[in-house]
Design a protein around this ligand. Structure first.
Ligand code: IPM
Ligand code: MN
Length: 358
């Protein structure tokens, strides 16, 4: 049976990077003799413009019927005046909730060829290999009550977690730590928030089942600093939704470009795959966008949803080869250097396909 991939390319650079990722996937499937069926549906701002809602019913239906969902990016200046509940981003949040994936895996790694691009010193970033496990369906994003009471000039959101929600994401993080460096850092704000005290006590309880994994707790404010001063100290980092949103963007500076990073959301009915970068409306349609984060996200589809580990590695090694050979998109080059071959979005996609094993 064909692997059913639902593609929701979304807004801004979403469609252009997604096109390259999908074409890399098509190449890989064809070469391994497996069949891939790609369906495209609208989400985000483009769906607001054409369907009047950021998550049309047929998109949701197709997502639930698929083997994996690949999302490009959502949002843009055009829709910035809308309230949170009707913005492009709310389409993504509704999709996340419906698919049910609660563990968002976001790597932050240093790539030797790009290490000099990081604003951090080389000896600080070199060798960094962090995997964030961001809880994706709880906390301030989904907690109620939530409201902006305009008349009262008051607004509130709720950071709420249950022991079960924390336990299930902690288990995924510990399982991953066990297969990696056997260290788990749980991030909270337990010196101020009750919800963080529950988080810390629950994670500590789960740790009893993983005696081979070293658990440490960090407060989110000091973690924000430690990630920049000693990123190599971290292996798996487990956090609640908003802290994970913030720390994973911060940690992208380790890689040197947000455009390189993939993510996978697992644990629910259907896994959801998104590059970490946003819709970057300022460079959309100019051929400047870096498709490598999206292409590496395609590798995660193969690994986590298609059971095609070797093919996932082939994509990852093609990306490494392209960098080693000096191929770059504009975001990866500083104005002053001439040592690289700068490629457009589509040229980089083509290069990766050429570098895949035959
Ligand atoms: C991300 C994004 C989303 C989030 C937005 C677009 C809703 O920033 O995936 O990190 O906050 O989760
Ligand atoms: Mn974010």
């Amino acid at each position: 049976m064909a692997f059913q991939l639902l593609v929701t390319a979304g807004d801004g650079i979403g469609p252009e990077v997604t096109r390259e990722a999908v074409s890399v996937l098509q190449t890989v499937f064809a070469r391994s003799g497996q069949s891939l069926e790609v369906t495209e549906k609208r989400i985000g701002g483009i769906a607001i413009d054409t369907d009047g809602t950021p998550l049309p019913a047929d998109t949701l239906e197709a997502a639930l019927a698929s083997d994996a969902v690949f999302l490009g990016a959502v949002g843009g200046n055009k829709w910035n005046a809308l309230p949170p509940s009707t913005r492009p981003e709310s389409g993504l949040l509704q999709l996340r909730a419906a698919l049910g994936g609660f563990a968002n895996l976001r790597p932050a790694f240093s790539i030797a060829e790009l290490a000099a691009n990081s604003p951090l010193k080389l000896d600080i970033v070199s060798g960094t290999d962090i995997l964030f496990v961001r809880e994706l369906l709880g906390g301030l994003y989904f907690g109620s009550p939530r409201e902006w009471n305009r008349a009262a000039g008051e607004a509130w959101n709720t950071m709420r977690y249950t022991r079960d929600e924390i336990t299930r994401v902690a288990r995924i993080a510990f399982d991953l730590a066990r297969k990696r460096g056997k260290k788990l850092t749980s991030v909270d704000k337990a010196n101020v928030l009750e919800v963080s005290q529950l988080w810390r006590s629950t994670v500590t309880d789960v740790a009893a089942d993983y005696p081979d994994v070293t658990l440490e707790h960090q407060l989110v404010d000091s973690m924000a600093m430690l990630l920049m001063t000693s990123p190599r100290n971290y292996d798996v980092v487990l956090t609640e939704n908003l802290f994970g949103d913030i720390l994973s963007d911060e940690s992208a500076v380790i890689t040197g470009s947000l455009g390189m990073l993939p993510s996978a959301t697992i644990g629910g009915r259907v896994n959801l795959y998104e590059p970490i970068h946003g819709s970057a409306p300022d460079i959309a349609g100019k051929g400047l966008a870096n498709p490598l984060g999206a292409i590496l996200t395609g590798a995660l589809v193969l690994r986590h949803s298609a059971g095609m580990d070797a093919e996932a590695e082939a994509i990852e090694s093609a990306v490494r080869s392209a960098l080693q050979l000096g191929f770059r998109t504009a975001d990866l080059v500083r104005a002053s250097t001439t040592d690289f071959t700068v490629l457009s979005t589509t040229e980089m996609g083509k290069k990766i396909r050429e570098l895949l094993p035959a």
